[in-house]
Design a protein around this ligand. Structure first.
Ligand SMILES: [Zn+2]
Ligand SMILES: [Zn+2]
Length: 98
């Protein structure tokens, strides 16, 4: 997956509400080049699913699992950041692989 991280929009856009977490996206925030309506992390959350889904522990994979939703106690943006961090780990080259 070829995903670029961009800071702010093509132009200096005024802050706007993220379509996922409803928090403001400000010019300094990481954004997703293909999904300009979201924070970078939130775009990944929307694309790949919850952290539980990403790690294969949600009810899609584990019949009695209950982790399809975001972890309790986190904001939508915090939960999205977990997904983004996880995806970044998966994408970075790891010694001993390949
Ligand atoms: Zn967001
Ligand atoms: Zn799932």
């Amino acid at each position: 997956m070829d995903v670029r991280e961009v800071h702010g929009g093509p132009a200096m856009m005024p802050p706007f509400q993220c379509q996922w977490c409803k928090e403001l996206v400000t010019p300094g925030d990481l954004m997703h080049s293909l999904m300009p309506g979201y924070h970078y992390a939130c775009a990944l959350r929307v694309t790949v699913g919850s952290i539980g889904h990403t790690q294969g522990t949600c009810s899609c994979f584990v019949k009695d699992g209950t982790a399809e939703d975001d972890p309790p106690g986190l904001t939508r943006r915090q939960a999205a950041q977990l997904v983004a961090d996880y995806v970044r780990q998966q994408q970075s080259p790891q010694p001993g692989r390949n």
